[in-house]
Write a protein that binds this ligand. Structure first.
Ligand code: HEM
Length: 432
C-alpha cells in the first residue's frame, strides 16, 4: 500500500518516542516538512490542511468514527443507543441555541461575580483550577437551572479527575480490566449518574418537567427528538458537564496568559468592559466585540483540543492514499491554526485579524472541530468566555507571577499547567 511521507520511524514503536518527547514541536515540524498528509506510523496518518481536515470531519460517523471517547465507547455497536444518542444531541442543541444561552446570561454573570468575590483582591491565583471551578459552576447552572444547580455544583470534578489517567493513557485499555484507575473511574461515573438520576426522579415526582435549563428541555419531547430514557439523559448530561469544564478551563487560562503578556490588549479589554450595564445581558454582551476577538485569537494560538482523532470505519482514499479500518487519521488543529499559508504572521497574538477574516482564515479556524461532531458548546463557550474575560479584566490588572514555572501540557486538553496569575485590584474600576 502506498504510504504518505513522514519522519523515519522505528519498526516497533513508529514515531512514538520522538512524539512523546515534544508532541507539539514534533507535530508542527512534521507538518512543515512533509506537507498535506504525513505518516506517523503504518497505522496513523496525519492531515495538515484545512480542506483535508474538513473532509475527514464531515465524514464522521460514515467513513470515520470518534476515538477513545468514554461515552461513545459505551454506545458503540448498539444501534438503539446510537439513535437515542443522536436524539439527545438534538435535544441538547435545542437547549444550547443562541436564544436559550442568551436568556441565561444575566444569571451566569451573577454566578461569575459570586465566584470572583472569593478570589483575592490582590495576590496569587492558580489559573487552571480556578477557571475550572468557575466553568463547572456555570455548567451546573446551565444543565440544571437555579433550582437544582446547587446539588450538582462541582460534582463532576471527581469524574473528571478519575477519567484523566484513563483518557490520558497512551494505551487503549479494555473497559473490563480491573485496574485501580478503571475502578476509580467506574465509581466516580456511578456516583455522578446517581445524583443526576435523583434530580430526574424528583422532577418527575413533583411534576416539574418544564423549565429553561438543559435537563428540562431534554425531558420535554420536541419535534426533532422524542422521549429520552433516564439512562440516556444521565449519560448526555454527564458528557455535557465534563465538556463544560474540560476545554474552557485551559482556554480561559490561555486568555489571561496572553493578556498578561500584552498589557495594551488587556487595557483595551478593560475599557470595553466599561460598556457592560449593571445587569449584564445578551444585548450588553454583544458590545464586547474586541473581547470576543481576544477569545478567538487565544483559541487559535492555543486550541485546547489541539489534536482531533478519528478511526477509519470503512476503506477510503485521502489525496490518493488508501486508508482502511483499523487505521487512525489525526487532525492537528494546533499546526493547522499556526500555518502561514492560512494566517499572516501566524505566531503573533493579533485579535484584530478577526475583524474581517478571509474565507481561508475562517476555514482554517477549527478549535471546535467540525462536521456532525462539531462542539455542541460553541455558542455557550464563546459567550461564557467573553463574559468571564470582561468580568475578570474589569476587576483586576492580571499578570503572570514571575519566576513561578509553568509548562505547556498537551497530554489531554492543551493546558498551561501550573500557571499562577498575579491579581491587582483596579482602584478606578469597581466590581459589578
Ligand atoms: C473552549 C471551549 C471548548 C472547546 C475548544 C471545545 C472543543 C470541542 C471539539 C474540538 C469537539 C469535537 C471533538 C471531535 O470532533 O472529536 C467538541 C465536542 C463536544 N463539545 Fe466542546 N469545546 C468547548 C467547550 C464546550 C462546552 C462549554 C460544552 C458544553 C456543552 C461542550 C460540549 C461538547 C460536546 C457535548 C461535544 C461532543 C459532540 C458530539 O459527540 O457530537 N464543549 N468540543
Amino acid at each position: 500500500m502506498r504510504k504518505p511521507p513522514g519522519p523515519k520511524m522505528s519498526k516497533l514503536v513508529g514515531n512514538v518516542e520522538a512524539y512523546e518527547k515534544d508532541r507539539l514541536g514534533f507535530t508542527l515540524a512534521a507538518a512543515q516538512e512533509y506537507g498535506d498528509i504525513w505518516a506517523f506510523s503504518d497505522q496513523v496518518y496525519v492531515v495538515t490542511t484545512p480542506d483535508l481536515a474538513h473532509e475527514v470531519l464531515s465524514a464522521t460517523y460514515t467513513t470515520y468514527g470518534p476515538v477513545r471517547n468514554f461515552f461513545h465507547r459505551k454506545i458503540k455497536g448498539n444501534p438503539t443507543l446510537q439513535s437515542e444518542w443522536d436524539q439527545s444531541r438534538a435535544a441538547r442543541m435545542r437547549g444550547m441555541r443562541p436564544s436559550a444561552m442568551g436568556n441565561r446570561i444575566p444569571h451566569m454573570a451573577k454566578i461569575v461575580d459570586e465566584v470572583l468575590d472569593t478570589w483575592p483582591a490582590s495576590g496569587r491565583l492558580d489559573a487552571v483550577p480556578q477557571f475550572r471551578r468557575l466553568a463547572s459552576t456555570l455548567g451546573a447552572y446551565v444543565c440544571y437551572g437555579p433550582h437544582d444547580e446547587g446539588v450538582m455544583r462541582s460534582a463532576e470534578e471527581d469524574l473528571f479527575w478519575a477519567l484523566l489517567p484513563v483518557v490520558g493513557s497512551p494505551i487503549d485499555l479494555p473497559e473490563w480490566l480491573p485496574t485501580r484507575n478503571m475502578r476509580r473511574r467506574k465509581q466516580a461515573a456511578q456516583a455522578l449518574e446517581q445524583r443526576i438520576l435523583g434530580i430526574i426522579s424528583r422532577r418527575r415526582a413533583e411534576g416539574r418537567t418544564e423549565g429553561d435549563d438543559l435537563l428540562a428541555m431534554m425531558m420535554d419531547p420536541a419535534a426533532r427528538h422524542g422521549e429520552l430514557g433516564d439512562g440516556m439523559l444521565a449519560d448526555a448530561l454527564m458528557a455535557t458537564m465534563l465538556a463544560a469544564q474540560g476545554a474552557p478551563a485551559p482556554a480561559m487560562s490561555w486568555v489571561f496568559q496572553l493578556l498578561a503578556a500584552h498589557p495594551e490588549v488587556q487595557e483595551q479589554v478593560r475599557d470595553e468592559a466599561r460598556l457592560l450595564e449593571d445587569v449584564v445581558d445578551a444585548e450588553s454582551l454583544k458590545r464586547l466585540s474586541f473581547t470576543e476577538r481576544v477569545v478567538k485569537e487565544a483559541l487559535r494560538l492555543y486550541p485546547p483540543n489541539w489534536l482531533i482523532a478519528r478511526q477509519v470505519l470503512k476503506p477510503a482514499q485521502l489525496v490518493g492514499y488508501d486508508v482502511k479500518p483499523g487505521m487512525k487519521v489525526m487532525i492537528p488543529v494546533w499546526s493547522i491554526q499556526r500555518d502561514s499559508r492560512s494566517f499572516s504572521d501566524p505566531e503573533a497574538f493579533r485579535p484584530d485579524r478577526w475583524i474581517d477574516p478571509s474565507p481561508t482564515e475562517r476555514r482554517a479556524f477549527m478549535p471546535f472541530g467540525g462536521g456532525p461532531m462539531l462542539c455542541m458548546g460553541t455558542i455557550w463557550s464563546m459567550m461564557e468566555m467573553t463574559l468571564m474575560t470582561a468580568l475578570v479584566a474589569r476587576r483586576w490588572q492580571v499578570d503572570v507571577v514571575k519566576g513561578a514555572p509553568w509548562s505547556m501540557d498537551p497530554m489531554r486538553e492543551l493546558t498551561p499547567n501550573g500557571l499562577v496569575l498575579d491579581l491587582k485590584a483596579h482602584t478606578t474600576v469597581g466590581k459589578v
